[in-house]
Design a protein around this ligand. Structure first.
Ligand code: APR
Length: 177
């Protein structure tokens, strides 16, 4: 567990649908109509009310975030964000991934949420290299804490041991004592 300007930052290896936070973040696509990966897991675990609300929202541009209920999951909300599809790093992928983290936290703040759990956005189907993506994730979270801090805890939920160890290494570098 790490602390940055009073905010707890933790890393967990596991399934984000099982995490109890004010909001869990979904790595969605622009239609918000579900998919595979963590998107599929969240819709399966949360139930149909999530998709019903997503249909009313009508989509989400890459790098932005939208919020729905978490349905049957232990958290209160799902913040759906859309990361970039990684091409070769010259198509503004880094800024769009940064925006996905930053805008998810801005939305959490609007809803006065205190604990937010993130998966490793864009590093599955969307092909973003995990260690580049991890650095962007941590930078986006730390910048938000510097600029608009209202969050009490950020949890990075990694679905594999190697991604967990990568984030641990990155956070030890940034925040380790
Ligand atoms: N809990 C936490 N992390 C998970 C889970 C889960 N239950 N399932 C998968 N992951 C991890 C993956 O291992 C990967 O590290 O989430 C990360 C993001 O992978 P994807 O879910 O494939 O998301 P992304 O790469 O952003 O691609 C988004 O995939 O599922 C579709 O509809 C989605 O079109 C969108 C695209």
């Amino acid at each position: 567990m790490y602390k940055y300007r009073g905010v707890k930052i933790s890393i967990v290896e596991g399934d984000i649908t099982k995490i109890k936070a004010d909001a869990i973040v979904n790595a969605a696509n622009n239609t918000l109509l579900g998919g595979g990966g963590v998107d599929g897991a969240i819709h399966r675990a949360g139930g149909p009310t999530i998709l019903e609300q997503c249909k009313k929202i009508g989509g989400c541009p890459t790098g932005e975030a939208r919020i729905t209920t978490a349905g049957n999951m232990p958290s209160k909300y799902v913040i759906h964000t859309v990361g970039p599809i990684y091409d070769d790093g010259t198509k503004n992928e880094e800024q769009l991934l940064y925006n996905a983290y930053y805008n998810s936290l801005k939305l959490a703040k609007e809803y006065k949420l205190k604990t937010v759990a993130f998966p490793s956005i864009s590093t599955g189907v969307y092909g973003y290299p995990k260690n580049k993506a991890g650095r962007v994730a941590i930078r986006g979270v730390m910048d938000f804490i510097n600029n608009e801090n209202d969050i009490e805890e950020i949890i990075f939920v990694l679905f594999s041991k190697d991604n967990y160890l990568l984030y641990k290494e990155l956070l030890d570098d940034e925040l380790g004592d």
